[in-house]
Design a protein around this ligand. Structure first.
Ligand SMILES: *Cc1c(COP(=O)(O)O)cnc(C)c1O
Length: 391
């Protein structure tokens, strides 16, 4: 049979850079290797018990078995507004400035469909969460990469973007605290971003998935704290990392009412909202006791300190991140990102992610996650210290 002809948007997707790593992982497992997986950005800690209890109770109520409303339950949207006000001192109207999402990936992936016409430009961070790029491509748009470089603290330098590009751009994606570089942005950078969005009439899409995963008691800001941000900003937040709920699929977007309703318009034609049981549990997560979140931060911080110190002792160039559960580690000289990831996997049975998997400017780095316990981190450090660094 002749192979089915796929749509261009599928055929032209960037090659799956992790495929080779996955294959090597599989081979190592077959050989019986005891892999330490510092590759996946998925919390190893369980969802907090009071959230699970709320789900159980909600599941008994037949009202929660039916189609949810498109924009989300009133209670959930109110919980979001209350949480935002408490955390960022930002006021939101729950009826027009909040929408529930089936994970923030879902909302981010659908946003370009509301604002990008074929050949329109979206400004995309490089390295970055791959969805910004692929969602732009799916909408027929053209991603313009903004390199995030160490010398600029992994913030994009807006001044080097050509004027002609800025004029054609419709959308800008930003993400702080950042995946994969773990960089945190200051309010003054956010102010620059808001000014850029105003000047060029851009929709400013800020992915804030990691605002609660911070260390040393310094909570990162929201883009919406910047005066005037609400004229052009949509901010995505997720319960995935904050409450160890990646598998539950619940998140929300907040900000400019027009942008929120445009995203809602796309969504009503594609999905039918978040299961009510999950929204009830999500409401409990946002309104309930936040001490487990503090405890979670403490656990990650301990792991961070352990891995950073171990890597430094092993001769690596790495900085302790102020937020996220990632370390962005400079690749030792003589190795590309992919080569060093393969080396760590085959020589130390430690799984990491090559930086170039997040975009060309990620070359020269590998990403490690803090999603295994202290004992396993210590074991990974030992293996890396014993490892032969020659090819
Ligand atoms: C994990 C992550 C998300 C969250 O995705 P969900 O779909 O809400 O689980 C969003 N953005 C970035 C950059 C992430 O790393």
């Amino acid at each position: 049979m002749t192979p089915l002809e796929k749509a261009h948007r599928i055929r032209e997707l960037p090659p799956y850079l992790f495929a080779k790593i996955d294959q090597m992982k599989e081979e190592m497992k077959q050989k019986g290797a005891d892999l330490i997986d510092l590759g996946i950005g998925d919390p190893d800690l369980p969802t907090f018990p009071h959230i699970i209890a709320a789900l159980k109770e909600a599941a008994q109520d037949p009202r929660n078995h039916r189609y949810p409303s498109y924009s989300g339950m009133r209670e959930f949207r109110e919980a979001v507004a209350t949480w935002y006000h408490k955390r960022f001192n930002v006021s939101l109207d729950p009826s027009t400035e909040v929408v529930s999402l089936i994970g923030s990936k879902e909302g981010i992936a659908h946003l370009p469909l509301a604002f990008i016409n074929p050949h329109d430009i979206a400004l995309v961070p490089d390295p970055g969460y791959p969805v910004y790029n692929t969602a732009t491509l799916f909408a027929g748009g053209i991603p313009y990469f903004m390199p995030l470089r160490k010398e600029n603290n992994f913030l994009p330098d807006f001044s080097i973007i050509p004027e002609a590009i800025l004029r054609k751009a419709k959308l800008i994606f930003l993400n702080y605290p950042n995946n994969p570089t773990a960089a945190v942005a200051s309010r003054s950078f956010f102010k620059e971003a808001v000014e850029l969005a105003h000047r060029y009439h851009l929709v400013l899409c800020h992915d804030a998935a990691y605002t609660e995963l911070y260390f040393d008691n310094v909570p990162p800001p929201s883009m919406l704290e910047i005066p005037g941000a609400k004229d052009s900003t949509i901010e995505f937040h997720s319960l995935s990392k904050t409450y160890n709920m990646t598998g539950w699929r619940i998140a929300f977007a907040v900000g400019n009412a027009d942008i929120i309703s445009s995203l809602g318009q796309v969504k009503t034609n594609i999905d039918s909202g978040v299961a009510q049981t999950i929204q009830v549990a999500g409401t409990t997560a946002l309104c309930g006791d936040q001490t487990p979140v503090t405890e979670m931060r403490r656990i990650y911080q301990e792991r961070r300190d352990l891995l950073v110190q171990g890597l430094k002792e092993a001769g690596f160039e790495v900085e302790a991140p102020h937020a996220t559960f990632y370390l962005w580690v400079t690749t030792p000289s003589g190795f590309t990102s992919s080569e060093f990831t393969a080396h760590l996997l085959t020589k130390a049975a430690v799984v990491t992610t090559p930086g170039n998997g997040f975009g060309p400017s990620g070359e020269g780095y590998i990403r490690m996650t803090l999603t295994v316990d202290k004992e396993r981190i210590a074991e990974a450090v030992e293996r890396i210290k014993q490892m032969d660094f020659s090819h």
